[in-house]
Design a protein around this ligand. Structure first.
Ligand code: PLP
Length: 344
């Protein structure tokens, strides 16, 4: 089976297994795990922020950020396809107690005018406006990169309205790779960022939340409250250190593979693949004109040996990652060709 379901499906690299075996460990709840401390220091420096804190998941990093930036009754400004709203079991409302207020976006790229219009005067009738939420790269938008100029415009509006700004950067290194801009420059104008070690970076788990010293101190308390205080978490951090060293520079291969695969698929009549929309490691396929719904298409393709996911009834998602090799591109294209008559 060729697995293009997600960049979360990767197994650790050999170097990660080795690093886990040899990592110096301690109790991270007491801040006494030297490997975790080292990862947090390195990440803070890399992102140009004061501090960082290791989290078990991206979902917990998002939740902790919301709980530090505001409290129950707060309002977050975001767009309706943000991961934090769509795919995190409603934690934004049910756990963090925020009211979401939506602005418009195009494939995940926020519309500043719509954002401005969504902000209401401060008034006791309304929730307490606290956070502008951005996502880079944008998952449900198709791995779309948030351009720094657009981010700047959004942040400017947020500052005029005394809002904190958080970037859900689960795949921020894919964005920095695509833009060829260091992550520190990408996040210099925001308050906090979360990124995932367990997406394209091949770690078995782990995310890191980054911000000021006081933000991370409070996030530590929130993490404990949420049940995310980990003991010898150095085995996770050890993988993270390897990832920063060897997996970040490798991401460009995933992007090249995605583009090459999209170009091949675009040659197949009627499939509706647009390579110009491939910005990082995701290919979205519009199946609205197809004979079958997206989910049924995934079953037909799985029978032939390719695993991909459906985002909704008319969109398929293909994600490249470390364990998908360039030599497999032609095999995937062949499988789509063989399946084509059942699809379109
Ligand atoms: C943009 C984005 N944010 C957050 C998450 C949540 O990460 P986790 O699955 O580690 O909870 C994901 C997961 O796919 C994501 O794509």
């Amino acid at each position: 089976m060729i697995n293009l379901y997600s960049d979360t499906q990767t197994l650790p690299t050999d170097a990660m297994y080795e690093a886990m075996k040899t990592a110096e460990l301690g109790d991270d709840v007491q801040r006494a795990d030297p490997t975790v401390n080292l990862l947090e220091e390195k990440v803070a420096k890399l992102f140009g922020k004061e501090a960082a804190i290791l989290m078990p998941t991206g979902t917990m990093a998002n939740l902790a950020s919301l709980l530090v930036h505001g409290k129950h009754g707060s309002e977050v400004f975001l767009e309706p396809a943000n991961h934090v709203y769509l795919y995190e079991a409603g934690a934004l409302c049910s756990v963090a107690g925020y009211t979401p207020t939506f602005f418009q976006a195009n494939r995940g790229r926020p519309d500043p005018d719509s954002f401005r219009q969504s902000i209401r005067m401060r008034d006791d009738h309304f929730p307490n406006p606290r956070v502008l939420w951005l996502e880079n790269t944008h998952n449900a938008g198709g791995g779309v990169v948030l351009q720094p100029e657009l981010q700047k415009e959004m942040v400017h509006i947020a500052r005029e309205n005394e809002l904190s700004v958080h970037v859900d950067g689960a795949r921020i290194f894919n964005a920095s790779t695509k833009l060829n801009i260091p992550v520190s420059d990408l996040v210099s104008n925001v308050d906090s960022i979360g990124f995932c070690l367990s997406k394209g970076l091949s770690c078995p788990l782990g995310s890191v939340l980054v911000g000021t010293e006081s933000f991370c101190d409070e996030a530590r308390r929130v993490r404990k409250r949420l049940g995310g205080g980990m003991r010898q978490a150095g085995i996770v951090a050890a993988c993270g250190l390897v990832a920063l060293e060897s997996e970040v520079p490798r991401l460009k291969e995933d992007h090249e593979n995605a583009l090459q695969l999209a170009e091949g698929l675009a040659q197949i009549d009627g499939l509706g693949v647009d390579p110009s929309r491939v910005e990082t490691n995701m290919i979205f396929i519009d199946t609205s004109g197809w004979k079958v719904e997206a989910y049924d298409a995934t079953l037909l393709l799985k029978e032939k040996g390719v695993l991909i996911s459906d985002m909704n009834s008319t969109t398929l998602r293909v994600v490249t990652h470390r364990m998908f090799k360039r030599e497999e591109i032609s095999e995937v294209i062949n499988i789509f060709k063989l399946t084509k008559d059942q699809l379109v």
